[in-house]
Design a protein around this ligand. Sequence first.
Ligand SMILES: Nc1ncnc2c1ncn2[C@@H]1O[C@H](COP(=O)(O)OP(=O)(O)OP(=O)(O)O)[C@@H](O)[C@H]1O
Ligand SMILES: [Mg+2]
Length: 677
Amino acid sequence: MISTQAFIAHPLILRHSSAHDRFSLNRSPIKRSLLATGVKRDRFTCSLSASVSNKVPESARLLNTAPLRSESDASRQPLNPTVRFLKSLFAEWRLLVPAIIAALFGSLSAVCIPVLYGRVVGFLARAASLDPVAGRLELVGHTIRLFGAFMIESAMTFIFVSLAARAIDRSTRRLRERLFDKTLRNDVGFFDETGRSRIEHSITREIKSVRDTMMMNLSKDRGLRAIVEVFFSLIVSVSITGTLGFPVFGLLVPILSTTSARIGMRNGRLAFNVEKKEGGVQSFVSERIRGLRTIKAFGAEKRESQALGRILDGVEQVSKKSTLSRGMTESTSRFTIYTTMLSYLMVGGLLICSRSLSYEMFACLTGYVWNLNFCMAGLSFTLTDSAKLSKSLESIYSLLDVAKSYSSDAEHKANGTSVLPAYNGEVQFSNVYFNYPSRPDVMVLNGINISLKPGQMVALVGSSGGGKSTIAALLSRMYAATSGRITLDGTDIQSIPPEVYAKQISVVEQDPILFQGTIRDNIAYGRPDELADDDVVIQAAKEANAHEFIMKLPDGYNTMWNPGSNISGGQRQRIAIARSLVKSPRVLILDEATSALDQESERLVQNALERIMQNRTVLLIAHRLSTVQSANLILFVRDGEVVEQGGYKELLSKENGHFRALVNSASNYVDCTAPPF
Ligand SMILES: Nc1ncnc2c1ncn2[C@@H]1O[C@H](COP(=O)(O)OP(=O)(O)OP(=O)(O)O)[C@@H](O)[C@H]1O
Ligand SMILES: [Mg+2]
């Protein structure tokens, strides 16, 4: 057991508790749920440390349980998400202040309309007894006043809606950009742990839903304007009907409206849950459409439809509650409206009978009651929406908070390393331990020490699941090591700004992704901050054996690529190699397998790979004997450890050696001309 004080004081922790380490641990779901349930840090750390394998040294174990935030961070209570969003909305105060003023004027003119309308009715009641000319003149006066109120109301509505909509657009756009930027700056572990579909859902659907909901509530009978109008309508109604009307407009209507609002808010929370479940449907469908070929190959159409059916059952389950609650909201809202109508007719009738209310004032009261009805119904929707909105914002901001706040520029300028140094490409792994953040209890790498001299080629071989790709992933900085150091020319790679590091390292994957755009854009993607002119792009394509086939495409380098494009796997791979080449990296990481390609493509890709390996430090996951033979050093990786290393001949001569056994194993053996390890 390790006490809190012990790990806080431990020098190793102090040395290694970089922002990144702290972050990786901070976002552990176990930790989060424990913190959420109020379990103290020391209990959490002790129980976690107890679950780490015995093979892991104390330093790694301690790091695994190191404090995640400074005490001051932990004690800082984040603001309520809705307040945070409103704060960001109010950054648009230049738009919002005139919008709110316009809304108030719009509402005031709307509140005046029933009075003007009442006057017209009063005029009509006595119109027959008036002189026709005087009557017409008075009618014109009433009409002009009403028309003026209508015009003001319409103009104010235009100003309010257009300005407020712009403010909402800007702030939701900012939120979307911030969330996208923050999540992208994280290492892959963050995505593994949080879930790609959850991130996608937040950036696309949740923020869109926030925007749409807010936009919808700009209409006259909702949101801010409805609140103002309900307030004034109640005051005027009470003042018209006096003590007789007070129980109705001062008590009954507010109580009924509050009840309806509470049901509306519950409905909003349930609607959010339905939307969340709907997100699951979306990611299921898009994944299956992407994997269409696999589904067809396995004749799994029916199975997949059934699987979708099961997901939809889940949606329906949540939706059932929501539909019930929706029905309740609607019916309570209707009930409130009818009760208000009935009460106003009774109160109005009684007042007319007792000669305390003129027809003019009754008509005026009618206007206010209708206003009340519309606005209260609108407000119940607003409250439903606001509950949904607050849940969406909670989800968006929780993702934003957990996403690493990595301002590389600020950090590295402070370190004085923003100037791009000329790296030689010397790579060193020193006692590297690693567990995937999504599997904190399994150490995948157990003390890796590797040294790659500039220009050397080091091949990783070994059994499946041994950790070869993980080593490559750490060097390409997809994940941060749990403990130990990886350095480039003696500098810890975690302290090199991501943009600078990305220029030094290139990864050639087995199944590279191209983005929508022209072939040229895809190649030039490797060098975004400099002018990757046509010469550079063409030169890279030539070196990658891609130029010839690109020139045969209908629009050459301007041919658009999209996922359905008629470009083979080998061609895609060569475009990706060209993309890696334009940035002239010092260190190259490659997973060599080309087994999915036909012989001709494989030869072309292999040929391109061999060419680009020249004069670069290469970490290679070797699948062919030919490349293993030409490697300066071969490392045999098993269970996260380098169990054997040396030159090709040296390893082959080892009696009972792992490498020798692998080469001799017929199923794994690959000669210079054919199949992979
Ligand atoms: N994203 C991940 N999350 C959790 N565990 C992972 C992840 N990726 C790999 N692992 C686990 O890490 C271990 C090492 O995997 P790795 O992919 O590095 O092996 P490998 O040597 O490259 O195997 P192969 O030769 O089959 O590609 C395996 O046990 C694997 O299950
Ligand atoms: Mg692998």
